[in-house]
Design a protein around this ligand. Structure first.
Ligand SMILES: NC(=O)c1ccc[n+]([C@@H]2O[C@H](COP(=O)([O-])OP(=O)(O)OC[C@H]3O[C@@H](n4cnc5c(N)ncnc54)[C@H](OP(=O)(O)O)[C@@H]3O)[C@@H](O)[C@H]2O)c1
Length: 241
């Protein structure tokens, strides 16, 4: 008997953890929709992956672009079984009025972006024979530090929302929270506070954990039998405090 491949929608699939996860899930037999704003990157990745990979321009702060993306997923791939809420930005720095735009942007992308993407895809996920939502949080969703207050607030927010969602959607849709420590990606390159950007870039230059490591964990989590839900995974480089 042949089974229809599951369909995974990955936000922020143009780089880092999102791109690696789209690649890993495609290699595992999923059909994947790669969502991001940098269409050149997702188009190139989808073309490289070939059959069963679809690039869709979407900004998670723009609900209309998400409803258009959801309609395209439905038309071209049938439905979404898995949603990976991965799109995120980390604009660190000491709390100051100078960074008020950064704060709003992080909340819009990291927290409201994930919430909006989920409500837009919810009918497809609940119609699936086995839906999954994977929310990419962070160690910063568990421990706050000086200089990461609003980023941590968005990730603590994701953690609280995920737990409520898990209880509301079980058993039809499993909700999993992934909380990585430092992972070698472009994430710190967008920091606007100069001193912080340099310090964090130094830390990320030495990063050992790769986006592929996280993608492998996500793929494993999704592959568990439906009676088993892995609710939360906190993972750090072995030498991270
Ligand atoms: N790297 C780490 O150390 C680390 C640790 C813990 C958690 N995380 C989390 O992992 C997730 C992925 O980050 P990453 O490390 O892989 O960094 P990354 O390479 O910078 O990837 C971030 C992704 O988010 C997308 N994105 C940003 N704003 C968006 C928007 N408005 N609409 C749609 N997509 C948007 C970007 O795509 P476009 O710019 O093309 O739209 C990009 O694909 C984030 O949620 C981050 O907080 C990362």
């Amino acid at each position: 008997m042949t089974t229809t491949p599951r369909v995974a929608v990955v936000t922020g699939a143009s780089s880092g953890i999102g791109e690696a996860t789209a690649r890993a899930l495609h290699a595992a037999g999923y059909r994947v929709a790669l969502l991001a704003r940098r269409t050149d990157r997702i188009t190139a990745t989808a073309a490289e992956l070939g059959d069963g990979a679809l690039a869709i321009a979407a900004d998670v702060t723009d609900r209309d672009s998400l409803t258009t993306a959801a309609a395209q997923v439905k038309t071209e791939l049938g439905r979404a079984d898995v949603l990976i809420n991965n799109a995120g930005i980390m604009l660190l720095g000491p709390f100051s009025a100078d960074q008020r735009d950064d704060y709003r942007q992080m909340i819009e992308v990291n927290l409201l972006g994930a919430i909006t993407t989920t409500e837009v895809f919810l009918d497809q996920l609940t119609a699936s024979k086995g839906g999954d939502i994977v929310n990419i949080s962070s160690v910063a969703g568990r421990t706050a530090r000086a200089g990461n207050g609003v980023y941590a607030a968005t990730k603590w927010g994701i953690n609280g929302w995920s737990e409520a969602l898990r209880q509301e959607l079980l058993p039809a849709v499993r909700v999993t929270l992934i909380e990585p420590g430092v992972v070698a990606t472009e994430l710190p390159t967008h920091i606007t506070h100069g001193q912080t950007k340099t310090a964090v870039a130094d830390l990320y230059d030495k990063a050992t954990v790769t986006a592929e490591d996280i993608a492998e964990v996500i793929t494993f989590t999704l592959s568990r039998p439906r009676y088993l839900a892995i609710n939360e995974i906190l993972l750090r480089p072995a030498d991270q405090l």
